[in-house]
Design a protein around this ligand. Structure first.
Ligand code: ADP
Ligand code: MG
Length: 444
């Protein structure tokens, strides 16, 4: 037990280096005592449910990382309150910490700590951090755009939560663009603007999600224009998300969209395979007390390439399947759990499916889908391109012409030659055989 107490003491030292002094003191100052050790699970006493929940939601990933780096054993950590443990423990509980809950419409799940960073979002993440640290000073407005399910709402709310964490009295409002329209229409219809003004005036930060929706409310655009100017001139932070860059927004007045580029625009792209696996690893730590092997996570991740919400859905399905069937979560179970969904997709044979195959191949060879489609003749690109042709033919039985189209407009004889090359090579090259097998497994 003593060695685990020591391990936890050292973990705390590392944690104090990872977070600001304020954060560390607020969260970890009373999380000192190891109360139990059993089967690789260290139980640490938390002073109250609030701290415990906060650690489990926000800090657990970093904690686990530190523990893994400090110990050779595969250890896990759990936080318990005094009420949860049977042995008498002398705990110093500070109940008034519970009262620090703020009134806000942000979701506390969306934090910077729970946002897994990779190449596709690192720039947006860094800028978001800067904005959160110095609101209205570094970028106003901050305009975040990207495809569905890639983390725009998460990142935007992480900024809000961070600002609130620094100062609980800040007035921060999250509003979807449609909510703004609905609020404004209600106010004008009833002729009573008071509750609208109460909600939207005097804010320290306004987070408007999915601004493209503003298209449907012309009058609301005028009102938003006023609000925007007001906040901008009063040096209050505005954060906007959208499915496209500001200059491509349709049906929104120019004087508004041009203001959106006054500050800074950042975008979030689709995560690569490694990044997607990291996102799942984080979910494992958050949600499951089971250890799930990397090959299972890779299998799930390779089937969901461009929507993190769907990736999470796939993961939850596998987890749920394992729990309800009371079976070990391994690759076979994952395949079984996802089969109905994936089969559906494959039969649809839509571009998404082909893109998924390309993404798996690109990830395997450490290049991008754009490289696959390009005309670059370097062997680094040519082999994966030929493999793509070969697998589009063999898995989906697509006509050569269609494959050529999918691969950036190549003609049918080029595709035929590419497929033949791989077939020849497969007869003598075992490594290639293994690579193709593993790619095929991931997409089937
Ligand atoms: P968007 O607003 O772009 O459609 P969301 O922010 O709603 O996407 O993200 C969809 C889901 O994926 C959410 O549950 C979110 O927490 C999760 N998510 C997105 N990006 C990340 C990330 N980088 N790390 C961890 N979870 C993420
Ligand atoms: Mg969103």
């Amino acid at each position: 037990m003593k060695e685990y107490q020591e391990l936890w003491d050292n973990t705390l030292i590392e944690l104090s280096k990872s977070y600001s002094e304020d954060t560390f003191n607020e969260i970890f100052s009373d999380v000192k005592k190891v109360v139990k050790f059993q089967n690789g699970l260290i139980s640490v006493l938390a002073p109250n449910v609030f701290i415990k929940t906060k650690i489990n939601k926000i800090y657990i990933f970093r904690i686990q990382e530190i523990l893994n780096s400090l110990s050779k054993e595969q250890l896990r950590v759990k936080f318990v309150t005094a009420e949860e443990i049977t042995e008498p423990v002398i705990a110093q509980i500070e109940p008034d910490k519970v009262n620090r809950m703020f009134e806000s419409n942000l979701s506390s799940n969306y934090s910077f700590e729970s946002f897994v960073v990779g190449e596709s979002n690192i720039l947006s993440y860094r800028m978001a951090m800067k904005v959160a640290e110095q609101p209205a000073e570094v970028a106003n407005p901050l305009y975040i755009f990207g495809g569905v399910g890639l983390g725009k709402t998460h990142l935007m709310q992480a900024i809000g939560n961070y600002m609130l964490d620094k100062d609980v009295n800040r007035r921060i409002l999250y509003a979807q663009a449609n909510t703004f329209i609905v609020d404004y229409s209600k106010a004008t219809q009833s002729g009573d603007m008071r509750s609208f003004e109460e909600k939207y005036n005097n804010l320290d930060a306004l987070l408007v999600d999915d601004i493209q929706m503003l298209e449907i409310g012309k009058k609301s655009q005028q009102e938003f224009f006023k609000l925007f100017n007001d906040m901008y001139h009063n040096k209050k932070q505005i954060i906007i998300t959208s499915d496209c860059p500001a200059d491509q927004l349709k049906g929104i007045m120019d004087r508004l969209t041009s203001r959106f580029s006054w500050g800074l625009t950042v975008d979030i792209k689709s995560p690569d395979l490694k990044h997607r696996v990291n996102i799942l690893k984080r979910k494992v730590l958050e949600q499951s007390d089971k250890i799930i092997e990397d090959d299972v996570l890779e299998y799930i991740a390779s089937n969901y390439t461009n929507n993190i919400r769907e990736l999470e859905g796939g993961f939850n399905r596998v987890l749920f399947y394992g729990i309800t069937m009371n079976m070990e979560i391994n690759i076979n179970l994952a395949k079984e759990a996802l089969a109905p969904l994936l089969k559906n997709r494959k039969q649809n044979g839509d571009n998404d499916t082909y893109e998924r195959l390309m993404s798996v191949i690109a990830d395997t060879y450490n290049i991008t889908i754009a490289d696959l489609l390009s005309n670059q003749r370097n062997s680094k690109y040519v082999l994966p391109r030929h493999i793509t042709m070969y697998l589009l033919k063999n898995i989906f039985n697509l006509p050569y012409k269609k494959i050529g189209n999918l691969l950036g407009g190549r003609d049918h004889s080029t595709v035929l030659a590419g497929c033949a090359k791989i077939e020849q090579e497969l007869k003598i090259n075992n490594e290639l055989k293994m690579a193709i097998n593993s790619i095929t497994k991931k997409v089937q």
